[in-house]
Design a protein around this ligand. Structure first.
Ligand code: COA
Length: 262
């Protein structure tokens, strides 16, 4: 599929995905949403990709939902509104479950759904001048489809403060509440992202995917309910070809086969 509002670039096993509507600060409407969903569903079957870096073209990362599109939805029936919103909910769900690590490279601003995109990233690096916010209530709407992923990242207390006020906050605060992992001057964004990519490429791809799934399965459950899942997961892993290769490589003092220089 040819994309109009996304650009993609493959660098070895790393996919670079860029939101590309800079005139409206990469706000996403139904078309960008559709393209992103198509991309995310395609990547799940592409075993060549070991990491994805998501960024935004132009001045800022993402200004969230396209407010002109939101306003237009008033003319649609309730069923059409639900169908459209369900597609957006499905987009965030699919991105959240991407089997490869998704790294957010955030500059300028991540507001509304843009901050929601940060929440579905596994690792987020932000420019120290970037501004964040769940600004929806300022616009009379609600951070609805992003809420499961944001709550998982920042918790109920910060969400009550930030969802209910719609206030904007800086990158340091975003890091404090767990939405962002590293904050650097904008000139160092690329280098910091590259460091994370290097770490990922020196780790086993299937073990990474299984770890991501494990986090989702274990989080929020009482420990006694996780005994089966956690035992089965490590039992399968250590006997797998990849697990055996990693353990042998360590004992033989050599690099495992999945190490590639990038
Ligand atoms: N939806 C639609 N258009 C948007 C948009 C959005 N979410 N955010 C920005 N734009 C448009 C502006 O209307 C403007 O259009 P114009 O050139 O036709 O006037 C253009 O993008 C540039 O916006 P501007 O505000 O001048 O850019 P900036 O670089 O000074 O500021 C932001 C960037 C992101 C800080 C600012 O645009 C902003 O706060 N946007 C609203 C974000 C928001 O609250 N999103 C929540 C959505 S749920």
């Amino acid at each position: 599929m040819k994309y109009d509002f996304l650009t993609t670039r493959r660098d070895g096993t790393v996919e670079h995905l860029t939101l590309n509507r800079p005139d409206v600060r990469n706000a996403f409407n139904e078309y960008l949403g559709h393209e992103l969903t198509h991309w995310a569903e395609a990547i799940t079957v592409d075993e060549e990709v070991r990491a994805v870096v998501l960024d935004g073209a132009g001045k800022v990362f993402c200004a969230g939902a396209d407010l002109a599109w939101m306003a237009k939805m008033a003319a649609y029936s309730h069923e059409e509104n639900v169908r459209d919103a369900t597609a957006m909910a499905h987009l965030f769900y699919t991105l959240d479950r991407l089997p490869v690590p998704l790294i957010g490279r955030i500059h300028g601003a991540a507001l509304g759904g843009g901050a929601g995109l940060a929440a579905v990233c596994d690792i987020v690096v932000a420019d120290d001048q970037a501004v964040f916010g769940f600004t929806e209530v300022k616009l009379g709407i609600v951070p609805s489809v992003i809420s499961p992923y944001v709550l998982t990242k920042i918790g109920v207390s910060a969400a009550r403060e930030l969802f209910l006020t719609g206030m904007r906050f800086d990158a340091a605060r975003a890091r404090e509440i767990g939405l962002v992992h590293a904050v650097v001057p904008i000139a160092d964004l690329g280098a910091r992202v590259a460091e994370y990519v290097r770490e990922i490429l020196s780790a086993a791809p299937d073990a990474i995917a299984t770890s991501k799934e494990l986090i989702r399965k274990v989080w929020g459950r009482p420990a006694q309910d996780t005994l089966g899942i956690t035992a089965d997961t490590i039992a399968a892993r250590r006997a797998s070809a990849e697990g055996q290769e990693g353990l042998k490589a360590f004992l033989e003092k050599r690099k495992a086969t999945w190490n590639v220089s990038q």
